[in-house]
Design a protein around this ligand. Structure first.
Ligand SMILES: [Mn+2]
Length: 352
């Protein structure tokens, strides 16, 4: 028998399932192991999965839309988690991802991550379509309407894809299209296609990994963000994006934003009072400009808001007019707040 190809669906950091699957197919050193892409994101152990493929001679990894997001620095929640999971190894891992091929072809099969545009030679396929980006999927639906690419694909060779989760097991269309993303990271299974026998082997996922990973990593992702430096509107968008799970950390940051925003009317009041006090040395004051505006009656709440676009700036101004400051949301927050009395807003978070 010639060389076997073992082609594995979307692994998404599910290292235990990967090892079990390799065991089940009785992987040998002469087999070529192919990943359809999406080695990382959503699962518990992306670092171990990357190492497994990078260290194995005879391993091929195709660019998945998730690797492509890292390469292009498109960060949603799952990418932010992977960045933290990989830690110091992240930058190097992304450089490695940037060199991944978009397809793999043997005498018997073609492997891409997501799809092929029917009727187009492999060399003419667009990266976005084969790797399953949002624009690639749009391109397919614009070109094909209600039809699915795998209903229209005519070969010449069978194609193996992942990307689109089929939780009820691998799907084979007309012995030409093998869909093997069986949702390993969503509590489904991890599937391998063995070529040349075209045998399909699946192992059960051990958990709803994505759900658990989100729960485990939400707090570290939130804490890694520079909330004081973000605009209030950006901060609220970030909380919305990352705070689907209403954890103590989300509540704490949200409450802190509300408290800091609420300092602005109080700042206005203090500024007006200070400006009205003849003993205030306006020229020597760090808020000279605002005090001048207040003195000439040109300072209102909108003016204060305009000068307090971020929590950090708001806290600086509040500290400069002597207002008590709320405890801060991150222990590692910026330490260089000029006007803040030591420790007043850099107190560690109390999430639990
Ligand atoms: Mn995937």
């Amino acid at each position: 028998m010639g060389t076997r190809h073992i082609i594995i669906g979307d692994i998404h950091g599910c290292h235990d399932e990967l090892l079990e699957l390799c065991d089940r197919v009785a992987l040998t050193a002469s087999d070529i192991l192919v990943s359809v892409g999406d080695l990382v994101d959503r699962g518990p152990e992306p670092g171990k999965v990357l190492r497994f493929f990078r260290e194995r001679p005879g391993a091929v990894v195709i660019m998945g839309n998730h690797e492509r997001k890292h390469v292009r620095q498109v960060f949603s929640f799952s990418q932010e988690i992977t960045r933290l999971q990989l830690g110091d190894d992240y930058a190097e891992a992304v450089r490695w991802m940037s060199r991944l091929p978009y397809w793999y072809e043997t005498d018997e099969i073609v492997v891409v991550h997501a799809a092929l545009m029917p009727g187009l030679a492999l060399s003419k396929q667009r990266d976005e379509v084969v790797s399953g980006t949002t624009s690639g999927e749009r391109e397919l639906s614009t070109a094909l309407g209600d039809r699915r690419w795998y209903e229209l694909y005519q070969g010449p060779k069978p194609v193996v894809v992942g990307h689109h989760v089929v939780l009820n097991g691998p799907q084979v269309h007309r012995d030409l299209v093998y869909c093997i993303d069986t949702g390993a990271c969503h509590g489904g299974s991890l599937t391998a296609l063995i070529v040349p026998t075209f045998e399909l082997v699946s192992v059960k996922a051990r958990d709803d990994h994505w759900k658990r990973t989100k729960q485990t990593w939400q707090r570290p992702v939130l804490l890694a963000k520079a909330w004081p430096e973000m605009s209030f509107s950006k901060a609220r968008r970030e909380l919305e994006r990352l705070g689907e799970e209403r954890s103590a950390a989300v509540e704490a940051i949200e409450a802190w934003l509300v408290q800091v925003e609420a300092l602005r009317p109080a700042c206005l009041e203090r500024l007006i009072a200070l400006a009205g006090d003849a003993s205030t040395e306006v020229e020597a004051h760090p808020l000279r400009t605002l005090l001048h505006m207040a003195r000439s009656g040109r300072l209102d709440l909108d003016g204060v808001k305009e000068r307090c676009p971020t929590p950090k700036r708001t806290l600086e101004i509040a500290a400069a007019v002597g207002l008590p400051l709320p405890a801060a949301p991150c222990a590692d927050g910026p330490a260089n707040v000029r006007f803040a009395p030591a420790g007043s807003w850099l107190a560690p978070w109390q999430f639990d």
